[in-house]
Design a binder for this molecule. Structure first.
Ligand code: SF4
Ligand code: SF4
Length: 492
């Protein structure tokens, strides 16, 4: 036992003083830590039941999308590509450039607002059902572990044995498969960054030409191997920022996986031949203290202690408890999706007006996001006056200005570009080129000369509106200024 912590004159422990840990209180320590601070390995029992079956279907659907994602193209562009190296991004087949930073900023704002609203209503639904870490761990890596090393009890017993040949063979086999799968997962992630074509090129070309790419492949593989083979639930508890936000975002009306303490307490093992009403009369609840909900929990917590930050809402404890309730002849749902307020008031989970309102907000945000993505201009034109140039008077008395123009083509096909003066009549010519073409997903640069007659000048700065056309279609209009002499400086 640690010596008592020092107290100040008010009898309270100063915040900075080391506090004594009450190991019986779940709030005082991590469920996955021993008293000496070492890791308590979680041997999660294999779950089975209705929710597990549903999650398997949904999880495998997501896995299929995740692995197919880099190969799916929309309009010739990847479904999703986040190429930080070349600063090129593709979302739903729409190519984004650093110049689209406003859309990116708005997207991020909408994304975070959406997460907050979603979490406030549906809690950690994302963590349990759609987070790639949970899905890959529970649908792929852990089932392989069960297949090779057996269920939790067998794993626990085997790990206590010395490294005999049988154990060694199992461990080597498991880790070899984990490493292979981590290589596939890591490379899939990498192909979301650089595209699968480039990844295939790195793999098939002379390795000496792609040392950086190969280093990333090894790093990603080892990262995922570390997460799935060793780090596991610790990633959710210590690293994932979403998990950390939870306590700030959920409230008593949020949907969570919850233990119905009103129905379950006081908990006690079931006595043989004791009818339910007799058990109830002695002040006991439906929880038979079988610990099955704890045994299946991949984060090692006891949900009966209430909502905890480690809980990823994986539903394994719901299935475990439902199986027990079936066996003891009590209604299912002692652990279920519910709000804390609903449990307190004994009400079933309902799609409340608040949930409806928040869902409408989420749909609105998604629609706005889709609108921003799909209505984005195909080109972005930057029209700047040539540095160091003012205006020139031409032999015919007209004035000209030189501009440097950059046209960013965000489509996956070349665009012939044409400029037209929209608000004034004058001459506009692209220098040195009969036809300006912006290559697909690239930048075209040109010098443009605009010529205006003296009577069209409106002081020293004449506003211009220039239309950017391709094949006769107006893509965008831009505004700039034509610099000329002041009216009193114009000599006829
Ligand atoms: S599985 Fe159900 S009955 Fe068993 S300990 Fe957990 S809550 Fe109680
Ligand atoms: S408490 Fe239940 S829902 Fe939460 S992580 Fe553990 S098993 Fe999953």
């Amino acid at each position: 036992m640690n010596p008592p912590s020092p107290t100040n004159e008010t009898g309270h422990r100063p915040a900075s003083a080391e506090q004594e840990i009450d190991w019986r209180d779940y709030r005082d320590h991590l469920a996955t830590a021993h008293q000496d601070g070492s890791r308590k390995w979680v041997y999660a029992k294999k779950p089975c039941g209705t929710w597990t079956a549903r999650r398997k279907i949904f999880g495998w659907l997501l896995i299929a999308i995740m692995f197919a994602g880099p190969f799916i193209k929309i309009g010739g562009n990847p479904l999703l590509m986040i190429n930080i190296i070349e600063r090129k991004f593709s979302i739903l087949g729409q190519i984004f450039w650093p110049e689209d930073s406003i859309i990116f900023a708005v997207t991020m704002l909408l994304y975070f607002a959406g997460i907050m609203v979603f979490t406030t209503v549906f809690g950690r639904l994302w963590c349990g059902w759609a987070c790639p870490q949970t899905v890959m761990m529970e649908m792929v890596f852990r089932p392989i572990e069960y297949l090779i090393e057996g269920d939790a009890t067998e794993q626990r017993a085997t790990d206590k044995l010395p490294f005999r040949r049988r154990r060694l063979v199992r461990k080597l086999l498991k880790h070899a498969i984990f490493l292979g799968l981590s290589f596939i997962v890591g490379n899939t992630l990498l192909s979301y960054v650089i595209g699968w074509e480039k990844l295939a090129h790195i793999v098939t070309d002379d390795p000496r030409n792609h040392l950086v790419g190969l280093a990333f492949m090894v790093a990603f593989t080892m990262l995922f191997y570390g997460i799935f083979a060793r780090f596991r639930e610790q990633a959710c508890t210590f690293i994932c920022p979403y998990g950390r936000f939870m306590s700030a975002l959920i409230d008593e009306n949020t949907m969570v996986v919850a233990y119905d303490h009103k129905r379950g307490e006081g908990r006690a093992p079931l006595k043989r031949d004791q009818p339910a009403d007799q058990r109830k009369a002695t002040g006991l609840g439906d929880c038979v203290d079988c610990h099955q909900c704890v045994a299946v929990c991949p984060t090692g917590i006891d949900i009966r202690n209430g909502t905890q930050m480690e809980c990823v809402n994986c539903t394994a404890c719901i299935d475990a408890c439902d199986t027990v309730m079936d066996k003891v002849g009590r209604p299912k749902g002692l652990i279920r999706y519910a709000s804390l307020d609903g449990i307190q008031k004994g009400l079933p989970l309902r799609f409340t007006a608040r949930m409806k309102l928040y869902s409408v907000i989420i749909c609105g945000l998604v629609t706005l996001l889709a609108y921003l993505v799909f209505t984005r201009a195909e080109v972005e034109t930057i029209f700047l006056r040539a540095p160091g140039s003012l205006f020139q008077k031409m032999p015919d008395g007209n004035f000209n200005n030189l501009y440097t123009v950059k046209v960013i083509n965000k489509c996956n096909h070349d665009l012939p570009i044409e400029f037209r003066l929209e608000n004034i009549s004058g001459k506009l010519a692209v220098m040195g080129s009969r036809q300006l073409v912006a290559p697909k997903e690239k930048l075209a640069e040109a010098t443009v000369m605009i010529e205006l007659a003296p009577e069209q000048l409106k002081g020293s700065g004449t506003p211009l509106v220039i239309g950017v056309y391709s094949n006769g279609n107006l893509l965008e209009t831009i505004k700039t200024v034509f610099v000329g002499p002041r009216p009193d400086q114009i000599i006829p």
